[in-house]
Design a protein around this ligand. Structure first.
Ligand code: PDD
Length: 286
């Protein structure tokens, strides 16, 4: 079966799927997105991702193109027609297609809705999590509304590329306050000497990760204290453990920061336990 994409209400062969040249998502990144992890053929943390999609649209003064039930139906159909057991579904919504002009169109136009699905390798993900990854720190050059999940990801792309070129898996972005904001496509966490789980507090400086919320809940269920505050790179290098969270990586142990080993250079027990908890909860509740 050939891969299908969803574009403006139609399921079309992936190779033929496209949007108009004057789509405002393409012209201006006047658009938002969500990423759903799929395990056992079911989306993880589904309600949280739809809620954030609606919030992002609201922050851009865009409407909601379809009901949550309709979105959820298309998500399931994408999983089904593309036969995804383990993978990702991407959803993008743009303001729509209109003659290029910076301000919003005077008359409302139909939004563009795109969905794509891809299979990923559970084995590769598990192997990577068993080894852990390195991160590279660099200045956070993004805009002032990182809480909105827009497709305006130029600074994230450049940071990720710089990290990968240096052999690191993820970039850890450092804000003007000298503290880590988040990863280029993940939230950043450390565990201090006392065993507290520390991740930056929510503000316009970071994306409110859906995985982040679930991990905070799972940590509390394990009686682990969660402290929402910013931390420095030096503090992270001296931490007992470090990790990142995202829909793509779940919980991924960080074992080196700028080449300095963290937690003895091996994935720590808490990160590994939280990863297992998250995957177990996902399949149990899906
Ligand atoms: N990225 N911070 C940023 C900047 C992100 O791009 C992401 C997710 C996260 C984690 O959010 P969540 O737990 O809701 O996935 C934090 C997705 C996976 C991406 O861009 O591919």
């Amino acid at each position: 079966m050939s891969r299908l994409a969803f574009v403006d209400g139609q399921y079309v062969p992936f190779a033929q799927a496209g949007v108009h040249v004057e789509d405002r998502g393409l012209q201006f990144a006047d658009s938002i997105y969500e990423v759903f992890a799929i395990t056992d053929g079911k989306p993880l943390d589904e309600a949280g991702h739809w809620a954030r999609l609606e919030r992002s649209l609201g922050e851009l003064s865009q409407g909601i193109p379809m009901s949550r039930a309709a979105f959820a139906g298309h998500l399931r159909r994408m999983i089904h027609v593309n036969r995804i057991r383990y993978g990702l579904v991407y959803v993008q919504v743009t303001r729509g297609v209109v003659r290029r002009d910076h301000p919003f169109p005077a008359e409302p136009i139909a939004q563009t809705v795109i969905m794509t699905a891809r299979q990923t390798s559970a084995v590769k993900a598990r192997d990577l999590a068993a080894k852990g990854v390195g991160v590279k720190t660099m200045p956070d050059l993004r805009w002032g509304r990182c809480d909105i999940k827009t497709t305006g990801l130029t600074a994230n792309v450049l940071a990720k590329q710089e990290a990968r070129a240096s052999g690191a898996y993820e970039a850890w972005l450092v804000g003007a306050d000298g503290k880590v904001t988040e990863g280029a496509s993940s939230n950043a966490w450390i565990i201090d000497a006392a065993g507290n789980l520390i991740t930056r507090d929510l503000s316009n400086a970071i994306l409110p990760g859906i995985t982040r919320t679930s991990i905070m809940r799972l940590a509390r269920e394990r009686q682990i204290a969660v402290v929402e505050r910013a931390f420095t790179v030096d503090e992270a290098k001296a931490a007992k453990e470090a990790f990142i969270t995202s829909a793509g990586a779940f919980v991924m142990p960080v074992v080196a920061i700028d080449g300095t080993p963290v937690g003895g250079g091996k994935p720590g027990p808490v990160a590994s336990a939280l990863r297992a908890d998250y995957l177990a909860a996902g399949t149990a509740t899906a």
